[in-house]
Design a protein around this ligand. Structure first.
Ligand SMILES: O=P(O)(O)OC[C@H]1O[C@H](O)[C@H](O)[C@@H](O)[C@@H]1O
Length: 533
């Protein structure tokens, strides 16, 4: 059944005009409206892609053949859909009403609400005491990218605390940060699901040392742990009443809604965190209830299937036209590539279809002055997600108009392109000679028909950011279901970690181990350039 659906998509993709977008607009004056979808004020415009009614029908049939609805219900019911780790996938429970989601016999959201209440009491106490001005979040991957992205987006000049992010194992990061902090006024969060991640534990030791140096053993009172591993947090010396836990059914890249989001609550305020959860909850309800044809995460996923599998476009750019969302592409890089960068199916067979594309991005307008050249004139189209925010939170309307005009213009340029007649007329009007026109013409052509999706939100609030992030989370779920890959494990990060553990002693003078010749030579040269005792 799903083979037939894939077959139809392949047939449609082979049609000569399969990637063309402009003819679709020409043929249907209502296209913009018909391919625009909404959920609670968030607007998703898919009209600037080559999805036609026929293609969309085929993609929806594929989703049905893959039992998208059944798989979604399985996730919501707490089934262990993360089969390689034998775990449920219940990040929706982190923002669900009590009683809404179950983990086996337990009320998953009930346990979450106890933790949320403890996080709230802690946050409000810290703010009321006003002793701490700064919070440092030590964590990496999902224990850094999500909360950092959100806190950077929602922090305002009058927010309760400043936040800092220590993730890289590179000691230069801490070296640069520590001079900006007063140990007596700094609260330190160690965010790690496992509490074993090498980079995080290395940084946690550095920072604990700094606290103890300044404050003695009392420094440990300023350590807070956000983890599933209570034993390890106790062994590290974190006071038990400063450990905020979560369950193994929260994947790292889906954990910003859990205790891992404490840095958001502390730096931006509890109401901000609550509204963030409310926004995600609204998107959850939309995803669970909206019919397929109106279901935003599913429709975004289907557009991606069309681009990746139909048209062979193996990368995608994310361009938020909002400086506050500068870390949003980084968050999506982990969310999407760690989830969908898989080469075998859930059953362990070679994946028959293209899976996760390369995702990258930068905020606009900056991106326009770096990699957009390739998107406009490179040999392979790169679909773009534009994120636009209608109302700014500053008093400089001219700046905001300039920003929005550029975001709209980039999408328009990708679509319409520029043909020889236009270029020629422009250069003639500028008084160029025929020889100069002939010389420059090919360089100044834009092919057009390059796909983009535009997400428009009325303002960047905790609620709309919650919606936006959850939209992408559910898109990832849909793609995992359609491509038949486990979107919730990440075995691909293991090998490098193991090899690093083996190499580590060699860099401090330990006996040489067996490596490929290139690695052996590099280790030898490093040892001579930076001799260790
Ligand atoms: O939260 P932690 O257990 O410290 O894990 C931090 C990160 O490292 C791992 O290697 C995974 O690639 C990520 O999915 C995870 O978010």
């Amino acid at each position: 059944m799903s083979q037939d659906a894939w077959g139809l998509i392949a047939t449609l993709a082979r049609a000569p005009e399969a990637a063309a977008i402009r003819p679709l607009f020409a043929a249907d004056p209502r296209r913009a409206e018909r391919f625009t979808f909404r959920a609670d004020g968030l607007r998703l415009d898919l009209s600037k892609t080559s999805l036609s009614d026929e293609v969309l029908d085929a993609l929806l049939a594929l989703a049905a053949a893959r039992d998208l609805g059944g798989r979604r219900a399985a996730m919501a019911s707490g089934a262990h859909i993360n089969s390689t780790e034998d775990r449920a996938v219940l990040h929706m429970a982190l923002r669900g009403a009590p009683g809404r989601y179950r983990d086996g016999a337990e009320d998953a959201s009930g346990a979450v609400h106890d933790t949320l209440a403890a996080m709230r009491r802690f946050t409000e106490r810290v703010h009321a005491e006003a002793r701490f001005t700064d919070v440092v979040n030590i964590g990496i991957g999902g224990s850094d990218l999500g909360p950092q992205m959100v806190a950077r987006a929602l922090h305002r000049h009058d927010s309760p605390m400043r936040a800092h992010w220590l993730s890289n194992a590179d000691g230069h990061a801490w070296e640069a940060m520590r001079h900006t902090l007063d140990p007596a006024r700094t609260l330190v969060l160690v965010a790690s699901k496992t509490f074993t991640t090498a980079e995080t534990m290395s940084n946690a030791h550095l920072v604990r040392h700094w606290l103890r140096d300044a404050l003695g053993e009392a420094g440990d009172r300023q350590l807070v742990a956000l983890s599933t591993n209570e034993k390890a947090t106790a062994a590290f010396g974190v006071p038990a009443d400063q450990v905020f836990g979560f369950k193994d059914w929260v994947g790292g890249r889906f954990s910003l809604w859990s205790a891992v989001g404490l840095s958001v609550a502390l730096s931006c305020g509890w109401p901000v965190f609550e509204q963030l959860l409310a926004g995600a909850r609204a998107m959850d309800e939309h995803f669970l209830a909206a019919p397929d044809r109106e279901n935003l995460p599913l429709l975004m996923a289907l557009a991606e299937v069309w681009h990746v599998d139909g048209l062979g476009l193996r990368s995608r750019a994310v361009l938020p036209y909002d400086e506050r969302l500068s870390r949003f592409p980084a968050h999506l890089q982990q969310l999407e590539m760690e989830s969908l960068g898989k080469r075998v199916t859930v059953e362990g067979l070679p994946a028959e279809h293209g899976t996760g594309p390369v995702v990258f991005g930068e905020p606009g307008t900056n991106a326009q002055h770096s990699f957009m050249q390739l998107l406009h004139q490179g040999t392979t189209p790169v679909p773009v997600d534009f994120v636009l925010v209608a109302r700014p939170d500053h008093g400089f309307p001219d700046s905001h108009r300039l920003l929005l005009a550029n975001g709209l213009a980039q999408a328009e340029a990708l679509l319409r392109g520029r043909d020889a007649a236009e270029v020629r007329a422009e250069m003639q009007a500028a008084g160029k000679s025929e020889a100069a026109i002939e010389h420059l013409l090919p360089h100044r052509l834009f092919p057009g028909d390059r796909p983009s999706t535009t997400i428009l939100i009325p303002e960047l609030s905790p609620f709309t950011l919650g919606q936006l992030v959850a939209l992408y989370e559910h898109k990832v779920f849909c793609l995992g279901a359609i491509w038949d890959v486990n979107a919730f494990d990440q075995w691909g990060v293991e090998l490098g970690k193991q090899l690093a553990t083996a190499i580590l002693p060699e860099l401090s003078g330990g006996a040489a181990q067996e490596h490929d010749p290139s690695t052996t030579a590099l280790i030898a040269e490093l040892r001579s350039l930076w001799p260790q005792p």
